[in-house]
Design a protein around this ligand. Sequence first.
Ligand SMILES: [Zn+2]
Length: 148
Amino acid sequence: MNVFQIADGKNNSLWGKFGEIEYKLFVSDTDKKSKKDTKDKNKEKEENEKYILCGHCKNKITLPVYKKKIHESHEHTFLNPSGQVFNIGCFEKADGCISVGESIREWTWFYGYSWQVSLCGQCLKHLGWYYSTKLGQSFFGLILDTLI
Ligand SMILES: [Zn+2]
């Protein structure tokens, strides 16, 4: 049995020749590593695609599966008292958010719900509001422009 090394592309793999038949004896570490890296990168990419991220710091905020319809629609457009337009998406859960301040009933955009300010749990950017009722119903209304 002859053992020889061939360079396939950038990687050196060890081959064995037995009679006329060639066997690849092992895959060099660089070969293995590049395969693994590609796999990890793909996996990471998939993970990132699954999550909806904070547009500022890329913190994982929520997932598309948590999109929720409130008053018949996932998306809502509102004007705040100072004339700013907000495009809001409703989500059942947003684990990447922290909600701060007291629950306020006045000026709510969703009838029957009180609101709290929701910030990105990592960079503290204002991402939207957490809405809840006394009966324990709740959702996040997140400003779609702040998410990616
Ligand atoms: Zn953030």
